[in-house]
Design a protein around this ligand. Structure first.
Ligand SMILES: Cc1ncc(C[n+]2csc(CCOP(=O)(O)OP(=O)(O)O)c2C)c(N)n1
Ligand SMILES: [Mg+2]
Length: 576
């Protein structure tokens, strides 16, 4: 038996040791990363438990892809890397789609994955969940690191954090082989090995000459247009961006996730006159927006015949001239660039020509007036406009709620109809138009902001992450999911003319998604008219209870591919 003195000595000796598990946790906490999204299993089950015990919030999901999407959007909302934690090989692969999505969308995220024994994996001797995960991740993210020694955990997290948030943000992969977690080292040396990252995303100040060039081009415009992208929303330079746009007097067009950066009802907002302003503008200033497919690459029919000059504000120098010539590249972080622009504009910036402003206003008001009666119909079954009219009013009355949105028609029409009033309140499919972001995004939005979340989902879109309704109920999150149930993808009316199987785009008719929520103790509602929908959403937003509303939409109401049917290849051969 130990006497009291030897007992203390033994405890002291123990206290002097740390291990890989604890160093990972300490590295996260030291850098203010206090929330983790993941799925447990070998070799990270105990890591999750220990994280919880040490005060990290661990959100345990049903599928890694959803945890990954949660981490990705947490990065967008907080400017800190969202952390996703996965098990080896299959869990890692499940999380990888989200990591690639984060990189494509410029969201800072770190996928931390356990992996199997290096010696066996590298000799390909068939280890449990064998895979060279580092090699697989590399082409799909900004940076990828593997840690073999506990003493390197601190530096590895520092590198991962910097890579994720500095410059253009993106996804980073961190590979932690199973053996690392149990590696023991002296506790003091362990503490010293940790790195608190100072100034993880240093300001990148634009050159004064580039600022002047940008303003000279903007001033020369007869028909200026400012396009705000989600990079501008990410920057959290909301007041400066608003002042800049207002001082310029130019119409502005928000990309999907930049809606609300300035309110959609702002007098300069040209959202409802999109095709006119893209065609007719002579100078286009892109702020944190890329000229990718979402802007038709800056050329072609969408952009009209008249020559245009582009000003582009972006943190990534290589973004310039990626699709068309950029007359005035302004490279730097959005906050620093906009501050420099405001500074250099002086006190008497001339307003753009009145005929341009009037023509944009007329077009916008016409389009809004045309849409108005459609949004007020009370048809049952509902069409998209009747249902969205109701949701538009609810978001207007609750401007701090977060709107999550995915689907085809459900996405494209909601984007157009639902006005946003505050920055970073609209979260959606992003650059890829990916289905499946819904529940992960909603969960992270609720967790990171403590605001109510309204999730507007196509029935197909919802299916990609639907099992996470259990997660929503388990953590009792204030999320109201509205499923636009039109029995299928785009429409619920397709018929397979060649056999008895259902057509490829239709689902079980009359499905009751609301019952899924009831299965886990949440509130389920079946809504067949805009009035019923309105009552149910308001009740959910008031109560904060996890709610799923099955909104019955006319199966014939949608169109193929929503608003991007032009991208769908067509066969020139005659249909059989
Ligand atoms: C990961 C992924 N798989 C498939 C697609 C192709 N896709 C685009 S929209 C869509 C679903 C559209 O149907 P729904 O969500 O029900 O919206 P609706 O048009 O019916 O309102 C699918 C499967 C995609 N965008 N992403
Ligand atoms: Mg559908």
């Amino acid at each position: 038996m130990l006497n009291a003195a030897t007992k203390t000595e033994a405890t002291d000796a123990q206290q002097e040791l740390t291990d890989g598990f604890h160093l990972v946790i300490d590295a996260l906490k030291l850098n203010g990363l206090n929330t983790v999204y993941g799925v447990p299993g070998i070799p990270i089950t105990d890591l999750g438990r220990m994280m919880q015990a040490e005060g990290i919030r661990v959100l345990s999901f049903r599928h890694e892809q959803n945890a990954g999407y949660a981490a990705a959007i947490a990065g967008f909302l907080t400017k800190k890397p969202g952390i996703c934690l996965t098990v080896s090989a299959p869990g890692f692969l499940n999380g990888l789609t989200a990591l690639a999505h984060a990189t494509t969308n410029c969201f800072p995220m770190i996928l931390v994955s356990g992996s199997s024994e290096r010696e066996i994996v590298d000799l390909q001797q068939g280890d449990y969940e064998e895979m060279d995960q580092l090699a697989v991740a590399k082409p799909l993210c900004k940076a990828a690191f593997r840690v073999l020694h506990a003493a390197d955990i601190g530096i590895a997290f520092a590198r991962a954090i910097r890579a994720a948030v500095s410059g253009r943000p993106g996804g980073v992969y961190l590979d932690l082989p199973a053996k690392l977690f149990g590696q023991v080292m002296n506790a003091e040396a362990g503490q010293k090995s940790l790195v608190k990252v100072i100034d993880a995303a240093p300001a990148q100040i634009p050159a004064p000459s580039a600022v002047k060039r940008a303003l000279d081009v903007l001033k020369s415009a007869k028909r200026p247009l400012i396009i705000l992208g989600k990079g501008a929303a990410y920057a959290q330079a909301d007041d400066a961006i608003k002042s800049f746009v207002e001082k310029s007097g130019a119409p502005f067009l928000p990309m999907s996730m930049a809606k609300g950066l300035l309110p959609d009802l702002h007098p300069q907002c040209a959202g409802a006159a999109r095709s006119t302003v893209l065609k007719d503008a002579d100078v286009v200033m892109l702020v944190g927006a890329r000229l990718n497919w979402l802007l038709s690459h800056g050329k072609g029919k969408t952009w009209g015949e008249a020559p245009k000059k582009f000003i582009q504000v972006d943190i990534e120098p290589r973004e310039m001239d990626s699709n068309v010539e950029i007359a005035a590249p302004l490279v730097g972080d959005i906050g620093s660039c906009v501050a420099a622009l405001l500074d250099a504009m002086g006190g008497n910036w001339p307003a753009p020509p009145a005929d341009w402003l009037n023509s944009v206003k007329t077009k916008r008001d016409d389009n809004v007036a045309k849409m108005a009666p459609r949004l007020m119909n009370n048809n049952s079954p509902m069409d998209y406009h009747g249902a969205l009219g109701v949701l538009r009013t609810i978001i207007k009355e609750r401007p701090d709620a977060i709107l999550v949105n995915e689907g085809a028609n459900t996405l494209d029409l909601a984007r157009g109809v639902i006005d946003m009033h505050q920055p970073r309140k609209r979260l959606d499919v992003g650059t890829w138009g990916v289905m499946g972001i819904g529940m992960g995004t909603a969960i992270a939005a609720a967790v990171e902001t403590n605001k109510p979340v309204l999730c507007v989902e196509g029935d197909s879109a919802f299916g990609f992450s639907g099992m996470e309704v259990e997660t929503i109920c388990r953590y009792d999150l204030p999320i109201c999911i509205v499923i636009f149930n039109n029995n299928g993808i785009y429409r619920g009316t397709d018929v397979n003319s060649a056999g008895s199987d259902p057509a490829t785009t239709v689902f079980v008719k009359g499905s009751r998604y609301d019952k899924m929520m009831e299965a886990f103790g949440g509130v389920g509602v079946n809504a067949t008219s805009p009035d019923e929908l309105k009552r149910a959403v308001n009740a959910a937003m008031d109560s904060g209870k996890p709610t799923l509303i099955n909104a019955v939409i006319d199966p014939a109401a949608g169109s193929e591919s929503g608003r991007i049917g032009n991208l769908n290849p067509q066969s020139v051969l005659k249909k059989k």
